[in-house]
Design a binder for this molecule. Structure first.
Ligand code: SF4
Length: 154
């Protein structure tokens, strides 16, 4: 029965996984109820863990420009200390896309403001700016509709 429900990709931290950079989660009870009410089946995924970054890990941001520039090889992702972790972020985004392909996923619900999962806003050069994170940008390039979720609602 559950297999008949449409699968959607969901940031794992929104479902309670302790995969944030600081080892915490963004569990969002309201999102879980909304998905159930809409008949959607959550497939949890954390791009940064998938890309090989451990938890906890140093916070990071897109160094300059945008997520699209990172995907085009024209910008980097760096930790606050300046360590280049672009390859891990891109690998995480590619893993998200592969997971969508293997599950037939066309929609995603991802955590706002993350340099990976953000959709309306993300962190560039230490500032919150409009625009997607790297995973969201790659999914959108492939026609997957991403809804941003702030998280941490009861
Ligand atoms: S926002 Fe995305 S990358 Fe960050 S912890 Fe949640 S699932 Fe992982």
């Amino acid at each position: 029965m559950s297999e008949a429900r449409e699968p959607v990709l969901v940031s794992a931290c929104l479902l309670g996984a302790e995969c944030r950079y600081d080892g915490r989660h963004n569990k969002d009870g309201a999102l879980e109820r909304e998905l159930a009410a809409r008949g959607l089946r959550a497939v949890p995924f954390c791009p940064e863990e998938h890309g090989g970054l451990g938890t906890p890990r140093p916070p990071a941001w897109i160094e300059r420009d945008s997520a699209d520039a990172v995907l085009d090889g024209c910008a980097r992702v760096v930790t606050h200390a300046g360590v280049d972790i672009t390859a891990q972020f891109v690998a995480g985004a590619q893993g998200a896309l592969a997971t969508c392909a293997s599950h037939g996923i066309r929609r995603a619900f991802l955590k706002e403001r993350s340099p990976s999962c953000g959709s309306c806003s993300t962190h560039v050069g230490g500032t919150l700016v409009p625009g997607p994170g790297i995973t969201t940008a790659l999914l959108q390039r492939h026609g997957i509709v991403v809804e941003g979720v702030e998280g941490r609602r009861a």
